[in-house]
Design a protein around this ligand. Sequence first.
Ligand SMILES: Nc1ncnc2c1ncn2[C@@H]1O[C@H](COP(=O)(O)OP(=O)(O)OP(=O)(O)O)[C@@H](O)[C@H]1O
Length: 211
Amino acid sequence: MIQTLGISGLRLTRGERTLFRDLTLVIEAGEVLALTGANGSGKTSLLRAISGFLTPAAGDIVFHDADANVIDPGLARSHQLHHLGHLDALKGARTAREELMFQSDWLGHSGLDSASGITEAIETLGLKPLLDLEVRKLSAGQRRRLAMARLIGAPRALWLLDEPLSPLDSRWREAVGAIMQAHLASGGLIIAAVHDPLPIPTRSLDLGLVG
Ligand SMILES: Nc1ncnc2c1ncn2[C@@H]1O[C@H](COP(=O)(O)OP(=O)(O)OP(=O)(O)O)[C@@H](O)[C@H]1O
């Protein structure tokens, strides 16, 4: 399991533009890092680079386990992290229940295939009244809660969250704060791109200042 994420000398570019250079940081189990910065400063791009969707122009992204061994990056990315983008990546024509089953199949043996994982996610995220509704009929906040089911149902150490709270009302912001705290308490790591502060204590990194 990922215990530490180390980033060193990272430079990300989009087209001709350098978003930032020489970014170095370490995040350990039990820590949450809030990425802040103006629109376009590179928060989403950094999450995508950690996930392996964007190739850095320079630098390293390294995952370590509890024995300080390097974890194969492909393995870390496919089985040990969740990336929740700000677009929820849900299929509109499926019902919420079908979407949960799809997630279960897709995530395979990583946890959501167990009935208890789905049940816990439904319970914790208040999804029960939504199960028979098509995803396209859900509100933005309801969709976000459905997308978050995989975080609970399929345990993975590192959560990469892109504006996780933006569509949520104050009740669900608090609830998701509690879910995050439980994850950290169990040795998880979280990196979240945010415009508003998270409802839990965080370290933060302003990408607008990295340059
Ligand atoms: N596919 C792409 N091709 C070229 N440039 C892109 C692409 N995606 C993003 N960019 C550019 O990269 C820069 C950083 O975008 P990114 O989405 O990482 O910023 P952000 O900090 O997450 O912004 P926001 O706060 O608006 O979500 C922006 O200038 C954006 O236009």
